[in-house]
Ligand binder design. Structure first.
Ligand code: HEM
Length: 495
């Protein structure tokens, strides 16, 4: 026994030292491999320990710095996230296009924390599963279906108008726009009338959707919480689990209600929506989606759909408050084109082209999804001959690309005329303007979102004058979507 103990006392430390050396070797090898690749990709000098993490941040300084580097480093530069972790940041259409037009999977590091919430829905799925589900769900966003949503978007916006008319003052935009988009998403996609815009206390489901987004950001910021076991034991980990369970319970309830309805109702008695398609679509082998897949898609679309549209609306109203001359022009256009019409149609919303240019210009300067990321599945050769090896993590900074001075003249200036009929071909050419991303994994909800934007922005402007609150300036911050660190407050004056 004593002999065994002596051997163990000698062997175990030796084993630990060997393991440590192996790990160290692995780390040094990874660092040296990355450095070799990055020889062709000049970029900001990294600190040996924390890399570029202190300069490429999600706050306004970090975002603007990334936009500055876009011009300095020829469309792509490396970002070190520590001593051994790094990715290539694409900030010019010539490089971004190569990443987004391929079928490389999402970068696991960036998206994995969302998996317990939205599962393997379209946003996170890859390979054949993504391909099959994308094909099955695309018909849900056909123009014939979207046309019916104009009425719903209008009704939901009228709830907001009534609320603001009764209580004019200084309001935080993200709060109101999130409730508005949530309300209309649930009606359009799931036929569910939540009345969430009118509740004085947020319904639990909606509170939980808010909470999970915030908790994910908090988790990203805390490296210890990247370890699943440690996170599950923490208070935030427990809150996250509770929120996910509540959301899943709610989506299950919506699915079950619809299943029952489909069994009993006469076909053709109402318009087909997204949930009908989820429950009835079949792939080319005649297979439908499994229960788990249906739930993952419901959760995915709730998240992907409401938050990014709320961000677009909030930043757009902010920009119009910042530029009253354009706000007036939009209002004149809406009055001219819509008169006193209250029942809006598909044709009406396509008449407000200047207002739509303002929406696009706002999406250029404040892209609601500021970054997307991928992992190279095979080697990629850029047009200038530089090679990106298999396994490399890659991001496209939409924020920096949209402000790249090699792409846009006076990029910091808010100028909706960039998107006028005469200019849009040169300015919004392939890959210059990509708030909905591009390529096979672009946003499936683009037309849905655009339809909603074209109803909400003009309707708000024909009812209210918006001005900034100088005491609370907005400050962009890249979270899962682009938010404002201190909220986005505007004064609302009824017309
Ligand atoms: C203005 C509002 C919106 C913006 C700016 C936006 C932007 C984007 C972007 C940039 C992506 C690519 C993400 C990536 O590659 O990681 C994306 C994907 C996606 N979006 Fe949107 N989105 C908006 C609204 C919507 C709406 C309303 C829906 C649903 C009704 C939706 C559903 C999705 C889904 C499911 C994906 C994943 C698509 C796939 O990978 O096949 N989005 N969106």
């Amino acid at each position: 026994m004593a002999a065994l103990t002596t051997v163990l006392l000698q062997v175990v430390p030796l084993f630990v030292v060997i393991l440590f050396l192996l790990k160290l070797f692995q780390i040094l090898k990874k660092r040296s491999d990355l450095k070799k690749v990055f020889k062709d990709f000049p970029g900001p000098k990294p600190h040996w320990l924390y890399g570029n993490m202190k300069e490429i941040t999600g706050d306004l300084d970090g975002l603007l710095r990334t936009a500055d580097y876009a011009a300095t480093y020829n469309g792509v530069f490396p970002v070190w996230m520590g001593p051994v972790d790094a990715y290539l940041n694409m900030v010019h259409p010539s490089t971004a296009k190569h990443v987004l037009s391929g079928s490389d999977p999402k970068d696991e590091f960036s998206y994995a924390l969302m998996r317990p919430w939205i599962g393997e829905g379209l946003l996170l799925a890859g390979g054949r599963k993504w391909d099959r589900n994308r094909r099955m769900l695309t018909p849900a966003f056909h123009m014939d279906i979207l046309k019916h949503y104009v009425k719903i978007f209008n009704q939901s916006t009228q709830v907001l108008v009534k609320k603001w008319r009764e209580n004019p003052g200084c309001e935080e935009m993200f709060h109101h726009m999130s409730l508005l988009t949530m309300d209309s998403m649930m009606k359009c996609l799931f036929g569910h009338h939540s009345n969430c815009q009118l509740e004085t206390v947020r319904p639990a489901y909606i509170q939980c959707v808010y909470d999970v987004s915030d908790l994910i950001i908090k988790r990203i910021m805390n490296p210890l919480h990247h370890y699943g076991f440690i996170y599950s034991m923490s208070e935030n980990g427990r809150k996250f689990k509770y929120a996910c369970d509540t959301i899943h319970g709610h989506s299950n309830m919506l699915i079950e209600q619809r299943r029952k309805l489909l069994e009993t109702e006469k076909s053709g008695s109402r318009n087909v929506d997204f949930l009908d398609i989820l429950l009835t679509a079949k792939d080319s082998d005649g297979q439908g989606l499994s229960d788990q897949e249906i739930q993952d898609e419901v959760d995915t679309f709730m998240f992907a759909g409401h938050d990014s549209t709320a961000s677009t609306l909030s930043w757009c109203l902010y920009n119009l408050a910042l530029h009253p001359e354009y706000q007036d022009l939009c209002r004149e256009e809406v009055e001219r084109e819509w008169g006193d019409k209250s029942e809006l149609t598909w044709d009406d919303i396509h008449k407000v082209s200047f207002t739509f240019s303002c929406i696009k210009e706002s999406q250029r300067l404040f892209p609601p999804v500021p970054n997307v990321s991928r992992c190279a599945e095979k080697d990629i050769t850029l047009p200038d001959g530089r090679n990106i090896p298999t396994g490399m993590r890659m991001a496209v900074s939409l924020f920096a690309l949209h402000r790249n001075p090699d792409v846009w003249d006076n990029p910091e200036e808010f100028d909706p005329y960039r998107f006028s009929e005469e200019n849009k071909k040169t300015n919004a050419g392939s890959g210059n303007f990509i708030p909905f991303s591009m390529g096979p994994r672009n946003c499936i909800g683009q037309a849905f979102a655009t339809t909603q934007l074209k109803v909400v922005v003009p309707t708000v402007l024909r009812n209210f004058r918006l001005t900034l609150d100088p005491t609370r300036p907005a400050e962009p911050e890249a979270m899962l979507i682009l938010r404002s660190k201190n909220g986005l407050y505007l004064n609302i004056k009824a017309l």
